[in-house]
Design a binder for this molecule. Structure first.
Ligand SMILES: *Cc1c(COP(=O)(O)O)cnc(C)c1O
Length: 482
């Protein structure tokens, strides 16, 4: 929750910023949305952003900049080599994380590419609390394998565990014994987790896991892409940390790791990425990959304007009021929906509100994509674009059968500082309406199914005329023009 409390009105989270620049939104009439959905092959990735009312697909590269971030862009120093902007960025990150070397990269997956290229050998293992799509892909591409050793509670849909992203130390030890410490390329902790609902990892858990890895000479790596939410959760949920400032907590975490990398499309409210490296020789050995794959060492594929804005964005991330906005809005959205009886992933995490699609549309077979169908229905009934995280995002087994995802989720991402509370109320209202009409939602099947990453570009069709019937019911309640 934000620090402002109410005495006469119901408690709601309060924005600690005001709006200075706006972008007009359109809510297409319901029947036009149905038409757009058909044209997009019932895949929300295919819809033009202008036809969407609430874009809750992702928090990547769509967070709002502050006035100070935009103002800073004007002083960006354009130079192929030796840009002053780079040195300012390096200094700011060194001040915050206490690590001297910065390798710039164009986004998070580029950092993962370079780290994996440097440390992963064929047959080696990378231990993670949980994988992220791109972090896993870079390891397996080089012949390594990934062990995801999150605590069992982390994969439970509904829970009261405050740190569902924690790694299970017993599983880590068993894995190291089985593989041999010399075959572990690195320990990668993701704080917070992306694919299991933005769930955080505690400081105590990071400390224990990294100390164990260090005692065996295993490099420790932090994926800090979603660190801003995790910092908020450590301060508000971890008893021993509640009197520490965000800056102190950040530094305590940083001290545990050899390498820290981030996607600045999330961390810092901009676009870009960076790898912080403690060890001089490690840094020197990784440098070559930056010049080969990203750009010269003082920009790494980023625009210097974005870099200049990020310097301010990193500093803003050290401010509790700023980083409380996302998690407290998500918490509000999740709790209201739970009160209305809608099955949600609990407790609320960072990144977005996550709907448990498996329970929401439990009448839809896994092979007809429950989460994919629900995402399509949410666009039809409200112009809201979420992201499917379930069977549709998996690839088929070698024998052509569906690989059924263990969790079927719909993520409603909350880009930071973008939406107001009334817009969140609107989303809650439409999700609840849809829940009351859930039996009208039907499944989907592919008409064009790409071999890889089919969820991005695949085209589907409904298994019956359920979208038409659903739109009719929607218009009956809300009218033609909504
Ligand atoms: C988004 C993300 C990445 C990848 O970053 P991109 O900038 O999208 O390439 C890596 N790790 C985590 C935890 C992320 O959320």
């Amino acid at each position: 929750m934000s620090k402002i409390h109410f005495s006469y009105r119901k408690e709601v989270p309060v924005e600690m910023h005001k709006v200075k620049i706006v972008q007009k939104l359109t809510l297409l009439p319901a029947k036009e949305r149905l038409q757009k959905m058909k044209e997009a092959g019932f895949n929300t990735f295919g819809i033009h952003n202008g036809d969407i009312f609430m874009d809750m697909l992702t928090d990547s590269g769509v967070n709002a900049m502050s006035d100070n971030m935009q103002a800073a862009m004007l002083r960006a120093d354009d130079a192929y080599a030796g840009s002053e902007t780079f040195y300012r960025m390096n200094d700011k990150l060194t001040e915050i994380f206490g690590i001297e070397h910065l390798l710039p990269a164009h986004q998070g997956r580029a950092c993962e590419h370079i780290i994996a290229q440097y440390l992963v050998k064929p047959g080696s293992t990378v231990i993670m609390n949980y994988h992220f799509t791109t972090s896993k892909a870079h390891v397996t591409r080089l012949g390594g394998k990934v062990e995801e050793l999150v605590i069992d509670e982390g994969l439970k849909v509904s829970s009261t565990c405050p740190f569902k992203g924690n790694i299970d130390l017993n599983k880590v030890k068993a894995c190291v014994e089985k593989e041999g410490a010399e075959n572990i390329a690195y320990l990668r902790l993701e704080a917070g987790t992306n694919l299991i609902g933005g769930q955080p990892i505690s400081y105590a858990n990071m400390k224990e896991a990294t100390e164990y890895a260090k005692s065996l000479g295993i490099p420790t790596i932090l994926d800090a892409s979603l660190l801003q939410d995790n910092l908020y959760f450590i301060k508000t949920r971890e008893e021993s940390m509640k009197d520490k400032s965000i800056r102190e907590i950040t530094r305590m975490i940083a001290d545990l790791f050899d390498i820290i990398y981030f996607s600045a499309r999330k961390f810092g409210f901009g676009r870009g990425g960076g790898i912080l490296v403690r060890d001089d020789s490690m840094y020197t050995e990784m440098e070559d990959y930056i010049t080969m794959f990203e750009g010269f060492l003082t920009y790494g594929g980023m625009s210097v304007k974005e870099m200049e804005a990020l310097i301010i964005g990193f500093e803003e991330t050290m401010d509790f009021d700023t980083i409380a906005h996302g998690p407290s809005f998500i918490n509000y959205c999740v709790n209201e929906l739970v009160d209305l009886g809608v099955p949600m992933i609990t407790p609320a995490g960072g990144l977005g509100a996550h709907i448990d699609a498996k329970s929401f549309v439990d009448h839809i077979k896994a092979e007809e994509y429950p989460a994919g169908s629900l995402v399509a229905a949410l666009y039809l009934c409200g112009g809201i674009r979420g992201m499917e995280r379930g069977t549709l995002s998996e690839e088929r087994n070698p024998d052509g059968s569906e690989r059924i995802a263990s969790v079927e989720m719909v993520r409603l991402a909350l880009p930071r500082r973008v939406f107001t509370l009334s817009q969140i109320e609107y989303v809650i209202d439409r999700v609840k309406w849809l829940y009351d009409h859930r039996h009208m939602i039907g499944g989907l099947r592919f008409v064009h199914e790409p071999k890889t990453l089919r969820f991005f570009t695949g085209k589907l069709e409904p298994v019956s005329d359920w979208p038409e019937k659903l739109i009719e019911a929607y218009i009956k309640d809300f009218g033609e023009d909504q």
